[in-house]
Design a binder for this molecule. Structure first.
Ligand code: ADP
Ligand code: NI
Length: 216
């Protein structure tokens, strides 16, 4: 059952995401799905839950639905109901979709599981490293933001609401989110993979400032 279910879900996700911005397009989902499978190899997890959650985790982005954070979990739930997925698996996947996102601030997590850990690590890994850099500047361009403005300092104390409304240059996003992710990995494999990607971002920033000052 699960191969067909996964294949069907791939089709559903590809179709649903075709109109999305390219920060969250099918390629992002595919990378998170692959990375989640890599991490799951060394974790005690239900692989079906991990794969379904990875595939469905961005099925609807609240940023493009007037901030409505219930739409993604609702769509995932409806899809899994339609596919007659057993209730325990469906509920677990929907819980992951509802709780995966990092939105800044310090809100206490209300749901956690080893499967959530795997998918969240995979999603976070796609926000750092070379791909993370590419996605950040892509997002900044999409939002018409400056690349960098030395007069605008990163804000590390942002509330959840401030984080959503933030319009700062893209370089600030590295300090406000991307450089923090390495220490927020849950799984051992995720932590290991994050080290290399983190280092790459640090080297990028170093080179960026050198070039900004005309020093190299
Ligand atoms: P997630 O899917 O983890 O919830 P987001 O939807 O917040 O992440 O972001 C999707 C992509 O856009 C990520 O690569 C993220 O780093 C990037 N992004 C989000 N906010 C900003 C920002 N203010 N500046 C630059 N990039 C951003
Ligand atoms: Ni994602």
């Amino acid at each position: 059952m699960s191969t067909t279910l996964i294949e069907q879900t791939v089709g559903f996700v590809k179709q649903s995401m075709s109109a999305n911005d390219s920060g969250h397009n099918w390629f992002h989902i595919e990378r998170v799905w692959k990375t989640a499978r890599t991490i799951a190899l060394s974790e005690q997890v239900n692989l079906l839950v991990v794969e379904l959650a990875a595939l469905l985790h961005d099925i609807a982005d609240s940023k493009f639905h007037n901030g409505d954070e219930t739409i993604g979990p609702r769509m995932a739930n409806e899809w899994l109901l339609q596919q007659h997925v057993p209730a325990d698996i469906r509920e677990h996947v929907v819980n992951i979709v509802a709780h995966i996102s990092f939105k800044g601030g310090n809100q206490a997590d209300t749901f956690f599981s080893p499967e959530l850990a795997v998918v969240r690590d995979a999603d976070r890994l796609d926000a750092i490293g070379a791909l993370g850099i590419a996605r950040a500047f892509h997002y900044g361009g999409f939002k018409n933001r400056e690349i960098y403005d030395p007069a605008i300092q990163p804000d590390l104390q942002m509330s959840r609401e401030d984080y959503k409304k933030n319009t700062a240059p893209t370089i600030n996003h590295f300090y406000e989110k991307l450089l923090l992710l390495k220490d927020r990995m849950h799984t051992e494999t995720g932590k290991q993979m994050a080290i290399q990607r983190h280092l790459f971002m640090e080297q990028f920033l170093e080179q960026f400032y050198q070039e900004w000052e005309g020093k190299c």
